[in-house]
Design a protein around this ligand. Structure first.
Ligand code: ATP
Length: 237
């Protein structure tokens, strides 16, 4: 079988939370193609459905209608067990708050994931890739916010994910620390070939993306391809 060109393809993807007068239409028919190996930045007002989309194609939530494919697998048809396997084998998540285990060192936090992964990276290599080669035995409380976020990224990439989802990865960081974190995401994309999807309110992040998706009111308004991508070093917010 040929290698699929898209990491994701959705058609008419719809999500309604609740029923009757309390129903919230979080996604109103999203048609989307995400090429393999792209960095994609999703922008849009609060409540426009960005996290909902990420949660559904990340296998954390279910659509109300429509289809979502990961490569040639239909996520919307999967059982809970199959979705768990999909997440375990293919998906890395990075959130605004790093969710590290405080009683474990950087290395041990990453090992938690590599112990159950199918084809993990070497833990030390993952920490070196995020620039923490000399901080592996430090605990989260001994690290800055940016360093903790880099541990979270090392943990997410150590399973060798096909796709890395980042929901406000720089939301809790000052701009220079945030740039360092974006640098790491850029490297992960360039060196590992992972498709990287970033939801952010920091609109300037769009400059480093291959593709920028603008969301509003549960739907995609525009998709732009960046002819000239900018290095994270040049991003200001
Ligand atoms: N579990 C839930 N139950 C009910 N409504 C929800 C739930 N999760 C999200 N929503 C609603 O769905 C809509 C889309 O939310 P979503 O979190 O996807 O937006 P977002 O664009 O990611 O926003 P933000 O930028 O603030 O994170 C919002 O109106 C939100 O209140």
């Amino acid at each position: 079988m040929s290698t699929p060109l898209n990491t994701f393809k959705t058609q008419g993807l719809t999500k309604v939370y609740g029923t009757g007068p309390a129903a919230v239409h979080a996604l109103r028919g999203v048609d989307l193609e995400i090429p393999k190996g792209d960095i994609v930045v999703l922008l849009g007002p609060s409540g426009s459905g960005k996290s909902t989309l990420l949660n559904i194609i990340g296998g954390l939530d279910r659509a109300s209608a429509g289809t979502a494919y990961f490569e040639d697998q239909n996520l919307t048809d999967m059982s809970d067990r199959e979705l768990t396997r999909y997440r375990r084998d293919h998906v890395g998540f990075v959130f605004q708050f790093y969710n590290l285990m405080p009683s474990l060192t950087a290395r041990e936090n990453v090992e938690l994931v590599t112990e159950i992964a199918q084809d993990p990276m070497d833990v030390d290599d993952a920490l070196r890739l995020v620039g923490l080669g000399d901080r592996m035995d430090h605990f989260p409380a001994q690290m800055s916010g940016g360093e903790q976020q880099r541990v979270a990224i090392a943990r997410a990439i150590a399973k060798n994910p096909t796709v890395l989802f980042c929901d406000e990865p720089t939301g809790a960081l000052d701009s220079s620390t945030g740039r360092a974190v974006l640098h790491v995401l850029n490297d992960v994309n360039a060196k590992l070939g992972a498709t990287v999807m970033i939801v952010t309110h920091a609109a300037a992040t769009a400059a480093m993306a291959h593709r920028v998706i603008h969301f509003a009111d549960g739907a995609i308004r525009t998709v732009e391809e960046n002819a000239h991508r900018v290095s994270p070093d040049e991003i200001e917010w």
